[in-house]
Ligand binder design. Structure first.
Ligand SMILES: [Zn+2]
Length: 525
């Protein structure tokens, strides 16, 4: 099979996403007063409405509708004031009603968009075949200094409800194949769910991954869901088709269902792009089907041939009156919008003088935001001066630490934001080198001591005493007269040798910046 880079030279991938998000922060279900609780005893949170018993009447959850309107406003959607709930045929035991209540052609939120900044290695998936210059635009992408911005349309966000959960007993690994019987837990049935559908505007697996990450950050900021991909409260379906470069019409798409991590979303789509190219280049045909990405085997397998919209038998729910949102309601929700990640990044650039790159990567994760905000508050008047090294600390050392382990909680970790400020202050004063700063960072976490104490104990403090450094330089120059001659004769690369000798003489504790400056002035006389 060709690599994705090879495939994308001849083919363009057209990718769309459907993202399901459970509104886990709500108290109760979508159409009844049953409590929402993950991991409760099976069937302890059910009632006639969510079990679909005859005569039970649903009542929409106002807080759930506030949540979806928040999501719509945060993703630049138009809020549709007049909508209806529909019944969608659903014949499977995990939904006792035999239909799912959802929305029809008009959803609460329509016609939104998100802009994605793509940089680094991931940007190459689209940039290596593009010859756009900085500032130039083509289709939905604008080239920037360190990558590009993709403008991704959002078709709609609609409200629906989740199904219950089946547990199959007797088969292997809880699968239905070989099971002797199945149990059903209706606690999850009727959980408010929002589904966001994008336009087919994504062109690479990296863009799909970034879109999901950005959306997750927005939903977390809004506080409408815990967005746990492991527990399934946030999940994505990705569809992808190929067309020859320059072609306008779409190819046949396949769909990957229930992707539960950013990496699986990227890798599953990348595999599917390569597989489709192979089939098409051998003269074969792509079938519209749902496929399953198996990360352990690194391939996709067919699950089922796609059903068409007609199979769902959608019709307006006669138990639920058409829903009218007032301007007053929409404005009251708008007033609750918190500072969103893009706005926060803009503020970091403006107030702290950070680069766009640093600002947008800081807001990608909650722990980097928490650290940076708390550290800047602790730095007080020096916040702007120390912002750049604090951002570096968050994006490099703290991120590497979190990626290697369980995460970090700034309320209980020994590496408090205050100690972060103390560490970058030592660095800014040239008291320690950046290499030593990494050692201090690790030691603070291990030993739960202040950075200054660690520097003191380990004798790390850099010598910045000009007189002391000059004395060492004089010794080094006097011991190497031949090298001094060569340097003065034009071999300026020898400066590295002199710095090395001085550092050696000072047991690595000389301030390298000062040594360089003083050496240069002595040698260039
Ligand atoms: Zn209920």
């Amino acid at each position: 099979m060709k690599t994705m880079e090879e495939v994308l030279q001849d083919w363009e991938a057209v990718i769309g996403l459907e993202v399901h998000c459970e509104l886990t922060k709500l108290e109760t279900k979508m159409f009844c007063g049953c409590k929402l609780e993950f991991g409760a005893e099976p069937n302890t949170h059910t009632c006639p409405v969510c079990l679909g018993l005859p005569g039970a009447l649903p009542v929409p959850n106002r807080a759930a509708i506030q949540s979806i309107v928040l999501a719509g406003l945060a993703t630049n959607c138009d809020i549709e004031k007049h909508t209806m709930f529909y019944r969608k045929g659903y014949m499977y035991p995990d939904m006792a009603k035999n239909f799912q209540t959802t929305q029809g052609p008009k959803a609460f939120c329509m016609r939104g968009h998100l802009d994605l900044s793509v940089d680094g290695r991931g940007a190459q998936e689209r940039l290596f075949w593009s010859d756009l210059a900085e500032g130039e635009q083509s289709e939905n992408m604008t080239r920037t200094a360190d990558g590009y911005v993709a403008h991704v349309g959002i078709t709609r966000i609609h409200m629906e409800e989740d199904a219950g959960k089946m547990v199959h007993i007797g088969g292997g690994e809880g699968r239905i194949a070989g099971a002797t019987h199945s149990l059903v837990d209706y606690n999850r049935a009727g959980t408010p769910l929002i589904e966001l559908v994008t336009e087919p505007d994504l062109r690479t697996p990296e863009e799909a991954r970034l879109f999901m990450q950005k959306l997750r950050q927005i939903f977390l900021t809004l506080g409408i869901s815990d967005c746990s991909m492991e527990e399934g409260s946030l999940r994505a379906d990705g569809n992808v088709s190929l067309r020859r470069r320059g072609a306008k019409e779409f190819g046949t798409k396949t769909e990957l269902k229930n992707i539960n991590s950013f990496k699986n979303l990227h890798d599953g789509l990348a595999y599917e792009i390569c597989r489709q190219a192979e089939v098409l280049e051998e003269g074969g045909q792509i079938y519209q089907e749902t496929r399953h990405w198996d990360p352990s085997k690194k391939r996709t397998i067919v699950m089922r041939v796609k059903e068409t919209a007609d199979d769902y038998r959608m019709f307006p729910d006669p138990d639920l009156a058409p829903y009218d949102l007032t301007d007053e309601f929409i404005e009251s929700v708008r007033a609750k919008l918190p500072e969103l990640p893009d706005e926060r990044a803009a503020r970091y650039e403006r107030d702290f003088g950070l680069t766009p790159y640093d600002a947008r990567h800081l807001v990608e994760h909650r722990f980097t935001v928490e650290f940076f905000e708390a550290a800047c508050a602790a730095a007080g008047d020096r916040a702007r001066e120390l912002a750049k090294p604090l951002a570096n600390l968050a994006l490099n050392d703290i991120t590497a630490y979190v990626n290697a382990g369980e995460g970090i909680d700034f309320a209980s970790t020994p590496f408090t934001p205050e100690r972060g400020v103390a560490l970058v202050s030592l660095l800014a004063e040239d008291a320690i080198s950046s290499k030593q700063a990494k050692e201090v960072f690790a030691a603070v976490l291990d030993e739960d001591k202040d950075p200054a104490a660690i520097v003191e104990e380990r004798g790390m403090k850099q010598v910045s005493d000009t007189g002391a450094i000059e004395a060492v330089i004089d010794e080094v120059l006097a011991a190497n007269p031949d090298k001094v001659e060569q340097y003065k004769g034009g071999k300026t690369g020898l400066i590295g040798f002199f710095v090395g000798q001085c550092m050696k003489a000072m047991k690595g504790q000389g301030n390298p910046k000062l040594i360089n400056e003083l050496l240069a002035s002595k040698l260039n006389v």
